[in-house]
Structure formats: C-alpha cells, structure tokens
Design a binder for this molecule. Structure first.
Ligand code: NAD
Ligand code: ZN
Length: 359
C-alpha cells in the first residue's frame, strides 16, 4: 500500500492590507502571564521604522533586531536560544518573526530549539525534532520564499546547508499584511519573487507532481505572471505576490524543488550567495531542463531591467567547484524530482561543472 505523507498546515492565518494592526489582539490569549514575554525577532532594516512603533509590546516583551545580510546559521540560532534562556526564568510565551525568509526561518528554528536540547545543527534533516516548539508567529515583509507556510527552516550549519524539516516547524499563526512589503527594493522584489516563480516551475515540471501540488503550483504561477508581466496597481501587485508565495510554498510541500535549488544551495554554501539571487543565477542557464520556464524568466527579467551579475564562478579552483558539486549532488530528492529515479545517469559532476562555469 502506498504510504502517503500526513502534513501539518498553518492552522491560523490573517490576510489583508493593514491586518498587522490586529497582532495585539491575536497575541493576547496566547500570553501565559505578565511575567512571560513575547520575543519579537525583527529584520534590522526596520530599526527606527514606523512598523516598530506598531509592535504591541507589553510587560517584559522584547524586540531583538537581526540583520538579514547573511542567511541564518545554526550557531546563530544556538546563540539566540542561549540569550533568551539567560534573560528569563521561564520559556517565553512565543516567538514572532518579522521579516523575509531569513527572519521567518530564524523564528521557526528558535521556537523549536527553545524546547529541544543541543544544537540546531543536530536537527538539520527530516523529522529529527522530538518536542513541539513554543508558539510561533510568522509575519513576512517580502514575498516569495513560502517560508511562511512551509514545514522547514533552512539553516547553514557547520557541515551542510539543510532545513529542519518537521511537523513542529510550521508557524502556529501567520499574518499576511501586503502593506508590510512596501519598502522592498526593486532588485530584491525580483529575486525573492523569482524564488516563488522557480518553486512553481520546479514543482510543475517534476516527477513528483500530483493534483495537490499542481493545483497550488498553477495558481501561484498564474499570479506570478500577473505580477511580473501585467500592469497591476501597486496594491494589487503586493496582494497577489503575497498569495503567490503562499501557494508556491503549498505546492512544494507535497512535491519538491529541482535543479535550480540544488545548484543554488552549492553556490550559497561555498560563496554565501543568497537564495533568491542564487536561484536566478542558476535558473537562467537551465533551458535544457525548463525551456518554457527559462524563456518566461528572461521576459520578466528584461521587462524589469534586471541585470544579473556575471563571472561569479570565474576564478574558482577545482576544489571549490568540487565542493559546490558535492553539495548540489547530495540533494537527492531534488534530482529525483527533477530528472527521475535514474538521475545519476545524466547528472554527473562534469555536467554540473559545465553549468556552474556559465555563472
Ligand atoms: P531575506 O529575508 O534575506 O531579505 C532580503 C532583503 O530584503 C534583506 O536585505 C532584508 O533586510 C530586506 N527586506 C525584507 N523586507 C523588507 C521590507 N519590507 N522593506 C525593505 N527591505 C526589506 O530574503 P528572502 O529572499 O525573503 O529569504 C531568503 C531566505 O529564505 C534564505 O535564507 C532561504 O534559505 C530561505 N528560504 C526558506 C524557505 C523555507 O521554506 N523555509 C524557502 C525558501 C527560502
Ligand atoms: Zn526557494
């Protein structure tokens, strides 16, 4: 008998322009007592920003500003957990992440590691988390990664870049307020939005595809096309990209990503290239795997006059190429989804090197 996976989903979500204002009333019943605070992990791009004044702080609540300059790391999560445990005699009432994929993933990982012993690096993988996380809320301020809805938190560890994939990872509550994405730069809007677009292309063209993933993937792709190719009003565009991200995340929940993500993880591991731009750098050269997807990507890139950097891999040594290739090839489910069970016959180190050399 086929054994189907039984996934948790985000149980509560609010959507709408300005709905961030409801955060206070949403948190109130979740506060365990006046002594037991909420900890807000906030992207430091918002330091001094009007958004911070709207965070409903009470009693001992604390805001911790964190830079999204670098992607989340396991030791960073460990340090945050130690800091929170040292500051209070009890576990917090909850963790609220406000920012992009970086802050959302940090919030999920911190909520998990407050109740699970050891280092976050011990939980990178599938279903290694033993105890439920504390209450955690995700509030995206840029759309695309799908982290707000996903069952993973992607961390760079001492040995690998890999998610903590578990039933305890998804948020207990998500607040989708498209107004929060207003300050995002055009380039970043493109890169993180293309993460969503690439989730759709990889899911819809993968061997793992099923009606569940397809239904979300097709809707997300349609929304991405509207946002990046049609002339929408700014409000409409922000609303639709936020829902595209949600549906894109739902689509890969029941399938997998593919070639661009596998290669992009290698770039990120070796060179620290961030996820959104890394995916774009790889995806532009994947016409062999995703001909229609790459053609449309080029159209969107040109329409928004985005020039991708060149020569990223120009001066790498053989051993550096080998490191990236090793990371990329270790992501077996991604290749199996993209190419099929026999993927090792065509996906060779030479093949991957020839793609990296173009970047
Ligand atoms: P990010 O969180 O790193 O943010 C990108 C940049 O945008 C940062 O400089 C940030 O400060 C800025 N920014 C965010 N919101 C802003 C706003 N409203 N105004 C102005 N600037 C703003 O980028 P991202 O692309 O959202 O996330 C990338 C991360 O997400 C990676 O670490 C990746 O591994 C992770 N990811 C996770 C999942 C998952 O399912 N957990 C899926 C895909 C990607
Ligand atoms: Zn992605």
């Amino acid at each position: 008998m086929t054994k189907y996976r039984n996934f948790p989903m985000v149980p509560r979500v609010v959507f709408g322009q300005g709905c961030f204002k409801q955060l206070g009333e949403i948190l109130l019943p979740k506060r365990r007592s006046s002594e037991v605070p909420f900890i807000f992990l906030v992207d430091d791009v918002f330091e001094g920003h009007i958004l911070v004044n709207s965070i409903p702080l009470l009693f001992n609540d604390q805001i911790i500003f964190i830079s999204a300059e670098e992607e989340p790391k396991t030791h960073q999560v460990d340090a945050l957990v130690a800091q929170i445990k040292n500051s209070y005699s009890e576990l917090p009432s909850g963790i609220i992440g406000i920012g992009g994929g970086t802050l959302l993933d940090l919030a999920k990982a911190t909520a998990i590691m407050l109740t699970n012993a050891g280092s976050a690096s011990e939980y990178q993988g599938w279903d290694l988390v033993k105890k439920p996380a504390i209450y955690h809320v995700g509030i995206p301020t840029i759309s695309g990664t799908g982290s707000e809805v996903s069952r993973t938190t992607v961390l760079l560890g001492p040995e690998k870049k890999l998610g903590i994939n578990s039933d305890f990872t998804p948020f207990d509550q998500v607040i989708l307020d498209p107004d929060l994405t207003q300050g995002v730069s055009k380039k970043q809007w493109f890169y993180t939005g293309m993460d969503c677009y690439i989730h759709c292309v990889e899911s819809l063209n993968g061997t793992y595809l099923n009606a569940f993933s397809q239904s979300y993937g097709e809707k997300s792709l349609e929304l991405c096309k509207e946002v990046y190719l049609d002339a929408l009003s700014p409000e409409d565009s922000r609303d639709k990209l936020m829902m595209a991200s949600w549906h894109g995340g739902m689509s890969i929940a029941y399938s997998q990503v593919g070639v661009a993500h596998a290669l992009s993880y290698g770039l990120s591991y070796l060179l620290g290239v961030k996820h959104g731009i890394g995916n774009c750098l790889v995806f532009q050269h994947l016409e062999e795997f995703y001909p229609e997807g790459v053609a449309l990507f080029d159209q969107m890139r040109k329409k928004h006059q985005i020039e991708l950097p060149k020569g990223i891999c120009a001066n790498l040594s053989e051993s550096e190429f080998d490191t990236m290739i090793k990371v990329a090839m270790s992501l077996e489910p991604l290749w199996e989804n993209a190419v099929g069970k026999e993927w090792r016959k065509t996906i060779t180190p030479q093949k991957l090197k020839s793609i990296y050399e173009k970047i």
